[in-house]
Design a protein around this ligand. Structure first.
Ligand SMILES: [Zn+2]
Length: 329
């Protein structure tokens, strides 16, 4: 059964907001777009893994997707964790295309694509580190440490995999055989390490200790808010700098009127600038509105908040994607 599902990654939402807001012709745009594409492909690969594992029997397999835990102060993120009475299986999905060569000796993964060779962080080391951290986490939380198996799942079925040593085939798995390899592990383990009650307790603890990460995407690209366009975007002609009239936003370029154009603006503020917003920052980012208007707009959004009326701090809602409806009017 699915104990924890996978939602659209906040990092992808941040990339999308950044590509909308960054000043036109900024020199970092090509790099940002390239990274976004790679991360999106990675997410699609994870969804493929989810689909392939959806054929596992409902009973006995507790599946956690996109779990982030702290081993002491070290964060570690697991794409897919399968918990059973007998073992834990970690699956790191990679959406690489072309030909992949895994060299056991140098511990490198080299991708050949369009006659070009490129070396990447070795996902085998990545999943081994996750297993190592998970072991530490289990010990810290006083749980039994069962056998922890690891797979690197290559999601693209057209990717060609080459290994320097056949033993690597135990860990690198093509997506189309992932399900049968999971079942194979299931067949070869027999002694229970947990009781049903312990599995329940561990499941609960894993969920409770999940610590989502909110990366600072501007910092990642050495950008500042000055690299972004300010103002409310017109949903019709997409230019920035709508003017606030009594109850609506009006576009000085095309004359379009909108009631909710600021929703997207505040959402982008949360994703790009800070997970909290105050009146003053809202005025700056929406550009050209009064303190009273900023206050009215923030209150009307029904955001979670802390503090008193005047210095009130509004917080990014946890379900940011569904919270903000795109401006329709
Ligand atoms: Zn317009």
């Amino acid at each position: 059964m699915i104990e924890k599902g996978r939602t659209y990654p906040i990092r992808l939402l941040m990339y999308e907001a950044l590509m909308e807001r960054i000043k036109p012709n900024h020199p970092k745009i090509p790099l940002i777009e390239q990274d976004y594409k790679a991360r999106r492909a990675g997410y699609k690969g994870e969804l493929q893994t989810d689909y392939r594992l959806s054929f596992l029997p409902e009973k006995g397999f507790h599946i956690f997707r996109d779990l982030r835990l702290l081993d002491g102060e070290w964060p570690f993120q697991i794409d897919t964790l399968i918990l059973t009475l007998r073992y834990i299986l970690l699956i790191e999905t990679k959406a690489f295309s072309g030909t992949l060569f895994f060299d056991k000796h140098s511990e490198q993964m080299i991708q050949t694509k369009n006659d070009q060779e490129k070396s990447y962080d070795n996902p085998i080391n990545q999943v081994r580190m996750q297993a190592w951290h998970l072991k530490g986490w289990l010990q810290n939380h006083k749980f039994t440490v069962p056998p922890i198996y690891q797979f690197v799942a290559i999601s693209n079925s057209s990717t060609i995999i080459k290994v320097s040593d056949r033993s690597l085939n135990n860990i690198i798995v093509k997506g189309d055989v992932l399900l049968s390899r999971v079942l194979q592990i299931d067949d070869t383990t027999s002694n229970p390490n947990f009781t049903d009650k312990e599995v329940k307790k561990l499941s609960k603890s894993l969920l409770k200790n999940h610590t989502p990460h909110y990366p600072d995407i501007l910092k990642q690209y050495s950008l500042t808010p000055d690299d972004l366009q300010k103002g409310v975007q017109c949903p019709s002609c997409l230019s920035y700098g709508m003017n606030r009239e009594k109850w609506v936003w009006r576009c000085p370029v095309c004359g379009h009127k909108s009631k909710n154009a600021h929703h997207k603006t505040v959402k982008e503020f949360f994703l790009l600038i800070s997970p909290t917003i105050k009146n003053q920052r809202c005025r700056e980012f929406c550009s050209g509105i009064s303190s009273k208007t900023a206050s009215d707009l923030l209150i009307s959004l029904n955001l979670p908040f802390t503090g008193m009326t005047n210095g009130r701090i509004y917080h990014m809602p946890p379900d940011i994607e569904t919270f903000f409806n795109p401006a329709k009017k």
